[in-house]
Design a protein. Structure first.
Length: 120
């Protein structure tokens, strides 16, 4: 058994199987586990997926939202234990792989058309 096969078998244990099919342009609600004192709670973070990277256990999505007039981006490692759940709120129509141009837009210009051909 070579080194790659060993690494893949270890990574396979950590890959979640309840993650929905996510595309760039989708609006998603990510449940993030947050520890406050001794308690743990799940805080939702809702925004538009502007980038996806890598694959397998290292797969990440960059989610952008506007909070109090300021653009906030967070990168989520999809298979990390800190990510409790992911729900696709709406499908967006994007014609490119990275939507970094949304960073320069303000207000209604940041909206994407909705896709109805892919199920939620």
């Amino acid at each position: 058994m070579n080194a790659e096969a060993i690494i893949r078998s270890i990574e396979a244990e950590h890959i979640k199987d309840d993650i929905p099919q996510i595309y760039v342009g989708d609006t998603v609600r990510v449940g993030v586990r947050i520890r406050e004192g001794g308690k743990e709670r799940v805080q939702p973070y809702e925004g538009t997926v502007i980038a996806m990277r890598n694959g397998g256990v290292n797969e990440t999505i960059t989610v952008r939202k506007i909070f109090q007039g300021v653009g906030v981006e967070r990168v989520f490692l999809l298979h990390a234990p800190r990510v409790a759940n992911i729900k696709v709120v709406r499908r967006g129509k994007a014609r490119r792989a990275k939507l970094y141009y949304l960073r320069d837009r303000v207000g209604k210009a940041t909206r994407l058309k909705q896709r109805f051909d892919r199920p939620l």
